[in-house]
Design a protein around this ligand. Structure first.
Ligand SMILES: [Zn+2]
Length: 370
């Protein structure tokens, strides 16, 4: 994530802190101090936030280390003002494993809260006489309450928050994964609306969380649809093998003519049969503006993605479309095809029709992808 610093490595996982998190600390300390609090009060508040976020780090490690038990590694853990994010390579396919990974985070906070409660109890904190104001100011009690809040908040079944993942995995025990994800994401989106509205009255952080849940639920549902749609498909299945190409020393105006007359969005450039790169429509216009239309085709080639292999599974190819509109399929240095997001969509559509065994779209089933 941009604007985050690596502060250390624990159990082989990078721990990062986002810049905004540092701002929150400073703002929280300053606002206590300027609001008439003593320097000690300001520092205590900062310490409390740090302790709270330390609890969040432990929560994320709860997820990450449980996932590791199932052979899933974690890229990094980042602290943001709205909480922590553990970027797991994937979620377990097995619902029981997902259930354990999801619940491990809140379980860590429950253990912390239990530990603090026991400590306070043993230290005689709850012995009478009880002075309410003094109790509420106690650092350890505040940390305990914060951890209990973390448990309760995370267990709200707003997919893709932890509670929502727990819900999805329980549903997936009784139905297929896609259906479970759809139901969980509908519930997640419903709760996001409630949270967003409540945010206006209670706490603006809730609005941020609601936005995270809303978009997260949509993205997860879409990813699940894709996963099913692409199951068993490889590059060979979605490759366009009929296309026009240009030689490296042909002029940009030739490339333009070709693009116009064929409607082909991406024009591959070759030299003596060897693939050099692809000129995308937008890059072509820019290159003509910059270099003139007599410049050679190879001058307009952008940064090239690595070539694909015929047998690469399509779900591995998909993330690469964020940066590239078309991906080359190579046999050695020779270009044998192109894969585009459109060609994948069409293949998925066909695949789904074949699986359904009919030409009629089933009601309520969406085949489109963005
Ligand atoms: Zn969590």
């Amino acid at each position: 994530m941009k604007w985050s610093w690596r502060v250390g490595k624990i159990a082989g996982i990078d721990l990062k802190i986002h810049l905004t998190f540092v701002f929150i600390l400073i703002w929280y300390g300053l606002s206590t101090y300027l609001g008439g609090g003593s320097l000690t009060a300001a520092l205590t508040n900062v310490l409390l936030i740090l302790a709270l976020f330390f609890s969040v780090v432990l929560h994320e490690f709860g997820h990450a280390l449980t996932a590791r038990l199932f052979g899933i590694s974690t890229r990094d853990i980042t602290l943001l003002p709205i909480g922590g994010i553990a970027r797991l390579e994937s979620m377990p396919e097995d619902p029981k494993e997902e259930l354990l990974v999801s619940i491990a985070g809140p379980a860590v906070n429950a253990v912390i809260a239990g530990g603090l409660f026991t400590g306070l109890l043993l230290s005689g904190f709850f012995n009478p006489p009880l002075v309410m104001a003094e109790m509420l100011n106690n650092f350890w009690l505040q940390l305990m309450v914060a951890n209990i809040t973390l448990v309760l908040f995370n267990l709200v079944p707003a997919f893709p928050m932890d509670g929502g993942r727990v819900l999805r995995s329980i549903l997936a025990l009784f139905m297929d994964h896609l259906k479970a994800t759809r139901i969980a994401s509908y519930i997640g989106r419903g709760l996001a609306v409630v949270m967003g509205i409540a945010g206006f009255f209670v706490n603006p952080w809730l609005i941020l969380t609601a936005a995270f849940v809303w978009f997260g639920a949509g993205a997860e549902a879409q990813a699940a649809e894709l996963k099913v749609g692409l199951k068993g498909l490889v590059v060979r299945d979605a490759m366009v093998s009929q296309f026009y190409q240009v030689e490296a020393n042909q002029s940009l105006s030739d490339v333009f003519q070709l693009a116009m007359s064929t409607g082909q969005e991406n024009i591959p450039v070759v030299s003596n049969g060897n693939f050099l790169g692809i000129i995308r429509r937008a890059d072509l216009m820019k290159a003509i503006d910059r270099l003139g239309n007599r410049a050679p085709a190879y001058a307009a080639i952008g940064a090239e993605p690595a070539g694909l292999d015929l047998e690469t599974p399509l779900d591995e190819v998909l993330p690469k479309f964020a940066a590239h509109r078309a991906l080359p399929v190579l046999d050695g240095r020779q270009l044998i095809g192109l894969v585009t997001s459109e060609s994948i969509q069409q293949r998925m559509w066909l695949n789904q029709r074949m699986r359904d065994g009919s030409n009629k779209p089933r009601t309520g089933e969406s085949t489109d992808i963005a």
